[in-house]
Ligand binder design. Structure first.
Ligand code: NAD
Length: 675
């Protein structure tokens, strides 16, 4: 076909020589085989697709390797192209590049693939069972090559992990634009996504995995801390100035994000028992100090918990076993659970995210490979029984909330209609609240408080200490409500709580003005040489970052929770204002077709240019979410929008709703009396 020489037409490409096949370190978790259901023609297409990265001289050899990988793993990861040894985010000046952003993104990518950070590092999975940095190691190598040559007048385009190319732009434009897993509506479902992923054309970016802003489980500790503390205040009547001392929190999952639960509960003063089927993940969290005790015995787990509850001392206990066994046991023993949740990977229950009762973790992995249909049936049975146990505990006064893993949706998909609010379908949500619906939405997102974060690119812990102190000073001086005080305590004690895994990063919930002013302060510190460059970002799980009816937008009640325009506008607006990196994804924490989410990365190099971008983009990035929530008639969002209109008079302006508060009768009559 080719009358042109492709090899000569490219200057950025993989090296001609194939790298040595790397050795794989023992004891590093490996992803289970992924489902694909490819036809023979599809398999050929998948190999043809992967060969696009490879010089034709090597096609015969690589076609065989790729076919083998596809058969064994359900995906082509291009293992040969994985660099030998361990990857980790290094100090920024150790990377090659023509601009600070190109080097900064390399730090973030490699941090996402660090053995200490990533869930399945050899399969490029950072967290959330399937959330990948990109699809394969050829893409990884090529992205790095592009980032090494990227200038401050170009933009790199990355589509589902594939670096499409460099295009000229300008100094105030994003240096990298990422999209992951976005699908045409009629194909926007798990089955078609799995096929596309196996063909090598779709990446599951989760939220910050494919957006390269994951910072280890610390990223979720603050949100979990806020959720638990506020659940205690709202549902257990704990006063604003007290914590969860003596209270029991029970949950499941010590993986990528779920691994934050023990730490967050401990910081909130609670006693927690966390079930986890995979011993290796328990060991990771135990050696990191993120859980304080571990046991295989239900009796021992309970006696440890009871002792700490009596002493009112915090403690995080990892129970090695299935969460449903744990719930059955606690129910039989008549133990009162104050707060109950679950953070197994229920956004992909049939792909290994949820372990059925009666199977060990190893048996689950084997069955996924040998009998995937039988596995699905076991998952459904356990989900239904899990739900029964929750209902029984709820009747005894336990507060259960869905913690953003699509647990309730998975129960519904397993055939339980009674879980629906309207008894019929999932359109009006479920009878148990999502944590956003009851807690995080009204008490944080509606004000604009969300998971702002930063990474000190120098890798120097002193830089992190200085930024923590600067952020704490700012919040202390601007203490308006209990949320500010909680955030102050959080950042004041952050170092003491030893949360850094991987690069020197910090998460700190802040509202629009907090984020802007702290960002400007950090940029000034970079300018003055007090600290090295910093990469700002946030979780996509934020006020304006994600449209997801079962999670981030579950407290939006005007019917627009099925729309995906906010996250899209947020992303486009951040591009228009010049954020360094912007990302838009399908799926995120709740699964394909169930969310559209976006995020950003902003490199602070100390320049005036960055100050200007921050002034434009930081308020926008948050207030787009507040404005949308305000239009949905959410009270706290409306009051925040009113304040914003006053603050930015003559410059920004948010449309506010006239709320038909006392008009129920008028509206009912109007509908009834239509001729
Ligand atoms: N609430 C949030 O803000 C938020 C943020 C990120 C991710 N999530 C969602 O939370 C879920 C977990 O994320 P993750 O990164 O921790 O995923 P993960 O896959 O790394 O961890 C889940 C853990 O649950 C364990 N597990 C599965 N079934 C079990 C069972 N029946 N009993 C006991 N343990 C079991 C697995 O072994 C695994 O370690 C995902 O669905 C993700 O999308 C929520």
């Amino acid at each position: 076909m080719a009358i042109f020489d492709v090899d000569k037409a490219m200057t950025v490409k993989l090296d001609y020589d194939l790298p040595e096949y790397p050795t794989f370190e023992e004891g590093i978790r490996r992803a289970p085989r992924r489902e694909s259901h490819l036809t023979e023609a599809d398999k050929e297409l998948a190999i043809r697709n992967a060969l696009r990265y490879i010089h034709p001289d090597h096609h015969a050899q690589m076609a065989k390797e790729f076919a083998q990988e596809l058969a064994e793993h359900g995906r082509i990861y291009g293992y040969r192209f994985r660099p030998q040894g361990r990857l980790s985010g290094k100090p920024i000046d150790q990377y090659k590049g023509n601009c600070v952003e190109g080097k900064a993104f390399q730090v973030m990518i490699e941090n996402n693939l660090d053995f200490d950070v990533a869930l399945y590092p050899y399969e490029l999975v950072t967290y959330g069972e399937t959330g990948q940095v990109c699809q394969n190691w050829m893409q990884y190598r090529l992205i790095k090559k592009y980032l090494e040559v990227l200038t401050d007048e170009q933009t790199l385009v990355v589509m589902s992990g594939h670096p499409l190319g460099l295009f000229h732009s300008h100094k105030g434009a994003p240096r990298c634009i990422i999209s992951n897993g976005l699908m045409v509506g009629m194909f926007d479902n798990q089955k078609d996504f799995n096929r596309a992923a196996a063909l090598g054309v779709a990446n599951y970016g989760q939220m910050t995995a494919g957006g390269w802003m994951y910072i280890g489980p610390q990223g979720i500790v603050h949100g979990t801390f806020n959720t638990l503390l506020n659940a205690g205040r709202l549902k257990l009547g704990i006063p604003n100035d007290q914590n969860l001392a003596g209270r029991l929190f029970v949950t499941a999952g010590l993986g990528g994000m779920s691994g934050a639960q023990g730490k967050a509960a401990e910081i909130a003063g609670a006693v927690s028992i966390i079930a986890e089927v995979d011993l290796s993940r328990i060991m990771t969290r135990y050696t990191q100090g993120w859980v304080s005790e571990k046991t295989e015995s239900l009796d021992e787990a309970l006696s440890m918990a009871q002792k700490h509850m009596a002493d009112k001392t915090p403690c995080a206990i990892a129970y090695h076993g299935n969460v449903v066994d744990l719930l059955e046991y606690l129910y039989e023993k008549n133990v009162h659970i104050d707060l109950l949740s679950d953070q197994t990977s229920c956004h992909v229950p049939y792909d290994g995210g949820y372990c059925p009762q009666g199977l060990t973790f190893e048996q689950r992995t084997e069955m996924l490979d040998k009998d995937p249909d039988g596995f699905c049936k076991l998952v459904d049975n356990t989900l239904r029984h899990h739900y029964e146990m929750i209902c029984k505990l709820h009747e005894r006064g336990t507060y259960f909330f869905d913690y953003g893993n699509s647990f309730l949706k998975a129960v519904y998909d397993a055939g339980v209609k009674s879980i629906c609010k309207n008894g019929e379908n999932d359109l009006d949500g479920f009878i148990f609240p999502s944590y956003v619906e009851d807690i995080l939405g009204p008490h944080l997102f509606d004000y604009g408080y969300g998971p702002f974060r930063w990474c000190c690119l120098s890798h120097n812990p002193d830089d992190l200490d200085k930024t923590d102190a600067a952020a704490a000073d700012y919040i202390k001086a601007h203490n308006r409500r209990y949320q500010d005080y909680d955030n102050y305590i959080w950042v004041r004690d952050a170092k003491k709580n030893k949360m850094v895994v991987g690069t020197q990063c910090r998460i700190l919930y802040q509202d629009a003005m907090g984020r802007l002013n702290i960002a400007l302060k950090f940029n000034e510190m970079v300018r003055n040489g007090e600290i090295g460059p910093v990469m700002l970002g946030r979780d996509h799980h934020d006020t304006g970052g994600t449209d997801s009816p079962f999670r981030e937008t579950s407290n939006i009640k005007d019917g627009s929770n099925i729309m995906a325009e906010m996250a899209t506008q947020c992303y486009a607006g951040n591009a228009a204002r010049g954020m360094s990196l912007i990302a838009l994804h399908n799926g995120g924490g709740t699964g394909i077709g169930k969310a559209i989410n976006g995020g950003f990365g902003m490199v602070l190099d100390g320049s005036e240019r960055v100050d200007t971008i921050l002034r434009m983009s930081m308020p926008w990035d948050t207030m787009v979410g507040v404005a949308r929530r305000s239009w949905a008639r959410n009270e706290h969002a409306m009051s925040t929008a009113v304040e914003y209109n006053e603050m930015y008079k003559g410059q920004d302006h948010i449309t506010l709703p006239y709320v038909a508060e006392n008009d129920d009768e008028i509206i009912r009559d109007a509908v009834k009396n239509v001729k």
